[in-house]
Design a protein around this ligand. Sequence first.
Ligand SMILES: [Zn+2]
Length: 198
Amino acid sequence: MTTSTRTEFVTHEAFSLISIRGHIDEHFVIPTMALDNPTLPIIIDTAHVDRLNSFGLRTWLLWISELSKAERPLFFVRCAPPIVTQANYVANFLGSGQVLSFYAPYWCSVCGGSALELIELRAPTPTPTPTPAPTPAPAPDHRPRPATRLCSACALPLELAEVEEEYFGLIERQATASIPEEFWTLLDAILQRLPEAP
Ligand SMILES: [Zn+2]
């Protein structure tokens, strides 16, 4: 039997990180975290998931539903495009989880080149307020916009390879994460050691 999914765990004192790679299909089995601390937040990293089919979807939904019942905080980082697409179309795909970052696919209409861009959904760090502000600042717009990127081959601007309203629909339905800065620092340090999406 071939194994099309690889699952790796990083257990840290602040959270348990589960990295899933490859296809989420009929060979995908629910990751078990026998040795991890049952009170820690769970972070699911799917940067290297390249496909998800209906068999894998069934197992994924069971898994996420179980995780959501456990009342551990659940976060998703570096969601690959197949994960974002499913999250937009399948109810409860993310369960009680919140997306902290995801990849948006871009392409070049001239040479067909493509690139993924990581979009972070963290709330800005609150700045100390030395004096009362004379006028309230306008509420910041946390909605990520497709960034202007240039094709590495032709130096022309890349275009989003998905319908913007659909692809970014995920983002419109969730609040921006309000998470302590120390948590981000630890998470960043660990994610930086993992390879980026291809
Ligand atoms: Zn190009």
